[in-house]
Structures are given as C-alpha cells and as structure tokens.
Ligand binder design. Structure first.
Ligand code: SF4
Ligand code: SF4
Length: 357
C-alpha cells in the first residue's frame, strides 16, 4: 500500500536573499571596499563599481507595531523599500542613490530616530527580554536601554571612542544575556523567600530540587503541607529556582542589584576572544532611569576614551594597562573579590553536569 508521507513543514529563518536590496543581491561576494562617509552612514563599492549607501538608526530590540510601521513608511518614502536589523537592534536602510542619503537622515531625525552607531561609536545596547516577555526578570530591558542611551546619545551619534563599544544588559544571570565590552547584569544577593502555602499547588518539587546548581533545595513539610526548604549557607542566589517555582520569590527591591562586567569580546579578529570580568557590584536596581548604573558606565567610557590607543577595544586596553590601572583610571573601588583569573574555577564555576557538594 502506498504510503503518503506528509511533507515536512519548513520553519526557521526564511531565505534572506529575497529581502535584500537588488544591488546587494547582484554583488553578493563581490565587494571591493567600503568607506564611512559620516557617522551612521556606510558606503560599499563593488568590484564592478556599483555603490550602495547604508543609513543606520538606533532602535530597541522589542519594537511596538506603530514604531515599526513608521520605520517602514520612512523606508518606502525616503529609501528604496529595503531594510534590515543589525544584531544590536539598529535598523539599516540601503539606497543605491547618494542623493537619497541626506533626505533619509532628515526624515529619520524628524521622527525622533537617532542616526549613528557605526565605526568607533557606542553602538545600541543589546538587551534581553525583560518584563515584556520573560517570567523571571529582576529588572526591565528596553527601559534600561532607553534610559542609558538617552545619556549616551552623543556617543552613539559621533565617533569619539577608540574603537566600537558594545554594551549589553541582562535582567538575570542565568539564561539569556550577552558578552559585551560593558555588560550590566542583575545580581540577586539574598536567597529566595518561600511562600509555603503556595508551593504544593504551584511547583513540581522534584524539578525545583533538580534545578538548583548547588543542591541547596530539599523537600520539606511546612505547616503540614509539602513544601521546600533552602540551605541558605549553600545558596548562591542565582534565581534558578524561581522560574519553575514562582512561590520562591527572589526579586527584591533592595537586594536584587546590578553588577557591571567589562572586557567581553566574542570576536577573534585582532586578538583572542575574552571573558568579561566583574568590576562593580551592589549597584541599585533603580527604575525608571537607573542613574547609578548609568554613572558607572559613563565613568568606564570616559576612562577608556581618554586612555586607550586607537582601535583598542576595552579588553585590549585593560590587557595593556593592567587591572590596577583600570580601577585607578575609572575611579571604581578595587577589591580582591573583583578579579577571578579562573584558577579557582573548580570551586567557583559549575563546570560539569555533576552536582558537587
Ligand atoms: S536575561 Fe533572564 S530574566 Fe532577562 S529575559 Fe533573559 S532569561 Fe529572562
Ligand atoms: S537561588 Fe539558586 S542556589 Fe539558591 S536555592 Fe535557588 S536555585 Fe539554589
């Protein structure tokens, strides 16, 4: 009997070529050089002399539909109907006609979008999902980006930095999140508070016990009901128990704080990729403007701008001057707890699938 197999449903990313500007599609793999005529604008020239201008404007990662429509309308009216988003949530418009560049910039700026983010600028902050999408954040995501970029707008618009600066924000320390020249993360500093009345109705206790990286959670009977208890001496306040068990509340207005890490770099273009390292902790998680965290970021950027050589990324600069001078020049307090050279990693990192006691 003939078998009728259902054709697989393709999912995942669609083929990007169908959305590409025709000049880019035509010259795929055949570009000769590129230039940077002004901040926020790139010019690519193909082997056959074809030219394409890219105009970049900053947006946050999570866009409302009205802003998206506005961006698309600008693309239809002032560009050539082709856009793309960069990995740091900038929108880019491509045009093959130089005469369209300035009117496009004017249209974007008139609508309140900021053109910049190219070359040695502070690019748009990449952020995790925050309150809008995720069930465990300790702070907002787009909100932090908006508050910080309001203060860093000139650094986005201009090319004042020694090299590009990538900033990331993460609203917990366990799941998504990113490496960055500067990374701002939530750190919980107190173990979870357990609402014992709710645990047996809401949580699968074995999954919560299994979730803890340091085996600090045990089943317990509390007030005659099945619940959980935490060995607070072991708990590292990671917050991993909160997603599968919301009655283990770990977010706290005072004790969920921000920490800033620097020097992370995925790229191995000029030097080896590097891990970011902690340089400031205990910063208040202070919505809606997060002024304390922004002040630390600005201190670091100023010291980097003044002290680094051309084209040094933050990790290269610190590598050259050393950590003591990094703390001196940024004015951040230095303690021995700040730097982990990974030599103690067997104790400080959960580096295998086995639980160690
Ligand atoms: S960083 Fe954490 S809290 Fe924020 S969106 Fe990702 S998983 Fe959720
Ligand atoms: S916060 Fe992390 S370390 Fe503490 S009990 Fe929960 S899962 Fe375990």
């Amino acid at each position: 009997m003939a078998q009728h197999h259902r054709a697989p449903i393709e999912s995942g990313c669609p083929d990007g070529f169908q959305y590409m500007h025709p000049v880019m599609r035509k010259n795929y793999g055949a570009w000769d050089y590129h230039e940077h005529p002004r901040p926020g604008v790139l010019l690519h020239v193909a082997d056959n002399g074809d030219q394409i201008w890219t105009v970049r404007a900053g947006t946050q990662r999570i866009l409302d539909v009205f802003t998206l429509r506005k961006l698309c309308e600008i693309g239809d009216e002032f560009a050539e109907g082709y856009v793309r988003f960069t990995i740091r949530s900038n929108i880019e418009y491509m045009v093959a006609d130089e005469a369209k560049v300035q009117p496009l910039i004017d249209a974007l700026e008139t609508e309140g979008f900021v053109v910049g983010g190219t070359k040695n600028s502070v690019a748009m902050i990449s952020h995790t999902q925050g309150w809008l999408h995720c069930d465990i954040p300790g702070t907002d995501a787009s909100g932090v980006v908006k508050a910080m970029m309001d203060e860093l707008i000139d650094e986005f618009r201009e090319n004042n930095m020694p090299n590009r600066v990538h900033i990331t924000t993460s609203c917990c320390q366990i799941n998504c999140g990113g490496q960055g020249d500067i990374a701002i993360n939530v750190q919980h500093t107190k173990p979870p508070k357990i609402n014992h009345d709710l645990v047996s109705n809401v949580c699968e206790r074995p999954s919560v016990v299994a979730r803890c990286p340091v085996a600090a959670i045990r089943p317990a009977q509390v007030n005659g009901k099945p619940s959980l208890e935490v060995d607070e001496k072991k708990c590292i306040c990671c917050g991993a128990c909160y997603p599968p068990c919301p009655p283990m509340q770990i977010n706290d207005a005072e004790h969920s704080q921000l920490a800033i890490w620097v020097g992370g770099n995925h790229s191995n273009a000029r030097s080896k990729p590097t891990f970011q390292k902690l340089v400031a902790a205990g910063i208040p998680n202070n919505p809606p403007r997060w002024p304390e965290a922004t002040a630390v970021v600005k201190q670091i950027l100023k010291a980097y701008r003044d002290g680094a050589r051309d084209w040094e990324r933050i990790n290269d600069w610190i590598e050259r001057i050393g950590w003591p001078r990094f703390f001196e020049s940024t004015g951040l307090p230095f303690t021995k707890f700040h730097i982990d050279n990974w030599r103690g990693a067997r104790r400080s990192l959960n580096s295998s699938a086995h639980i160690r006691f």
